[in-house]
Design a protein around this ligand. Sequence first.
Ligand code: PBG
Length: 330
Amino acid sequence: MTLPPFPTTRLRRLRATPGLRSMVRENVLSPADFIWPVFVMEGTDAEEPVASMPGVMRRTVDRIGQAAHEAYALGIPAVCIFPYTTMDARTEDCALAWSPDNIANRAIAEIKRAVPDMAVMTDIALDPYNINGHDGFVENGEIVNDRTVEALVKMALTQAEMGADILGPSDMMDGRIGAIRAALESAGHQKVTILSYTAKYASAFYGPFRDAVGASSALTGDKNTYQMDPANSDEAMRLVARDISEGADMIMVKPGMPYLDIVRRVKTEFGVPTFAYQVSGEYAMMQAAAQNGWLDHDKVMMESLMCFKRAGCDGVLTYFAPAAAKLLNG
Ligand code: PBG
């Protein structure tokens, strides 16, 4: 459509007052759009701040139910659990990854006990339990695919057993979605959903997260042979098609803000439930600038989250979830 020329068309007319602006606003943000990533650690009745992520805490499992309860009361429908592990939890065979007794799995049960209606999302990857910090087994310096997928399936089954609603394979191995979906079906977990980290890029924006989970010192080398090249976009579309065909219910793009073009393509080309992860480095950048007085914390938080919606996201994984929900609730 061609617009009639000025002054017939004055696009500022509809921006003149808050009322007019709200009438023509194309997207809305609500606490229901958020998945809140939380960090759990060993111990009892304790929490500690994550230095590189101001405002983010690690909590012991016995404190995670209360945190989830508060988030749910703010209207946040889901949390995503990540474990903080020290070197003694890490082995070459990663056996702790599929133990029902590991802190991430105990946290699933604790949240479902405290807030049964809250959706609990997990992370499926070997990195918190791997001696070398990689998401898959390492053999002769290579991150091997098929043996890793077998371990990921064991992780998935334990998480489903513990009550998880949403499984989040974040490892980027080939074939994991199909293998996990088949195992869930044969074990009677037909209702467990998969939110696949489908387009997960090899990104330097994960730096603060690796501190938060204790992986920074463990990781040897980089993740470039399994996570995506930031230069690629068509490849992400092939991955989405593949993951949907293998049984993923929802798709994630990660990181978020620098990759919103990928979100838009996924939403336009596939029309599937699409999520993005506003990762630790994005959060840390905004917090650091706000602490210096260089950015307005609340305004950049809300603007950044709205931009995910505009780009086509159905929801956002964000460390801002509780703060943003509080603002939205007034
Ligand atoms: C690990 C995992 C990572 C994140 C989520 N799951 C880090 C990585 O791949 O090294 C990053 C989250 C963030 O930066 O906020 N499988």
